[in-house]
Write a protein that binds this ligand. Structure first.
Ligand SMILES: [Fe+2]
Length: 345
């Protein structure tokens, strides 16, 4: 698996997750909203931004390259960013000719001044189409300056169109983790939820807002078992379902939806139009993003060994703020069952 090193001088690392932007050239408001998002980026001041897929829109789009340039211009100017492929991003290009366009997009990402991206070195599975494309599986290692061992491994993964993260990718993650004898904590970003998300939702064992079925595609439960066996993964962040904004924990791993960002496509609206949008679809909630804080220094680990996660809707904070403890056993209040709270914003 390809590796990118990211150096920090701070006691904690502040990440921002945006997802499901669904940008397409036909939207005339795109620049306006990217500008608005840039203002929020400036206010929140993250050190790294993760765009977790469905960046582009429909299969009709033949050239996502200008969108990458635009995003790099509006957002990358303020914060380095990275990208995990979403199912719609894998629909670009005509059937049978996807490869050329995937290469073109990868080149544009690699050439962007502020984008951290690495081509995948993982072999292709035997399937065809978007799911045979293994680009975008890489790890960003977070180093405190002067340290030889990273404080965190952030896995950026391609969840494909149907098959989700492949066994080959899980094996490559294990190799990366074993380089440090499983002593470096990790988090993952990918686009599509997993089977456990669907199960948690059906049983009501989650906290936050749930407005639609968790669409985990063909994922059959293999992934949670593999992530658990890796032994270092503390949290996974994804998107894909636009009106879900919730989290749950299982076997010490927090699974967290990132709030859909920007008002393009279903399920989200600007605060100014929210009431009107809800008349059409009552499930609609304001667009937003996640802020995630990872402790880096020894002191931060000792004093507050937890990942802090806050879901922010457009320009106002919601009630969705929680901590994922990194040490010891789960406290009673964090057990699965006691998170049985469903809220609509
Ligand atoms: Fe999606």
């Amino acid at each position: 698996m390809e590796r990118i090193s990211f150096f920090c001088d701070t006691a904690e690392l502040s990440l921002m997750q945006v997802t499901d932007l669904h940008l397409a050239l036909r939207y005339p408001l795109k620049r306006f909203f990217l500008h608005k998002l840039a203002r929020l980026v400036k206010t929140e001041d993250p050190q790294l931004l993760i765009n977790s897929g469905d960046f582009f829109c429909r299969r009709k789009i033949t050239s996502p390259v200008p969108i990458i340039r635009l995003f790099d211009h509006y957002i990358g100017t303020y914060v380095p960013w990275t990208f995990a492929w979403g199912n719609h991003d894998l629909e670009i290009g005509r059937k049978g000719r996807e490869d050329r366009l995937f290469e073109k997009v990868e080149k544009a990402l690699l050439r962007s001044n502020h984008c951290l991206y690495a081509k995948s070195s993982i072999p292709r599975p035997s399937s065809t189409g978007g799911d045979a494309f293994t680009g975008g599986n890489f790890v960003i290692e977070i180093f405190q300056r002067g340290e030889e061992k990273p404080s965190w491994q952030i896995f950026i993964l391609n969840s494909g169109r149907k098959q989700h993260i492949t066994k080959e990718v899980s094996a490559a993650m294990e190799e990366e983790i074993c380089r440090y004898e499983r002593s470096v904590p990790g988090i993952c970003f990918f686009h599509r939820p997993i089977k456990e998300t669907d199960k948690a939702m059906k049983r009501g064992f989650f906290k936050g807002a749930g407005g639609e079925r968790a669409d985990c595609g063909n994922e059959n439960g293999r992934l949670h078992a593999e992530l658990k066996d890796l032994g270092t993964i503390k949290a996974c962040f994804y998107g894909h379902d636009h009106v879900n904004n919730f989290f749950f924990r299982k076997n010490g791993i927090a699974y967290v939806y990132g709030r859909k960002t920007l008002p393009f496509a279903y399920g989200s609206s600007s605060l100014s139009n929210l009431d009107r949008s809800r008349q059409k679809d009552p499930r609609t909630i304001a667009w937003g993003f996640l802020m995630i804080k990872l402790p880096l220094s020894q002191k931060a680990f000792q004093e507050a060994p937890a990942i802090e996660i806050t879901s922010i809707l457009e320009n106002r904070e919601t009630e969705y703020r929680w901590q994922v403890p990194l040490k010891g056993t789960q406290r009673k209040a964090e057990t699965f069952e006691e998170m049985n709270i469903t809220m609509t914003c």
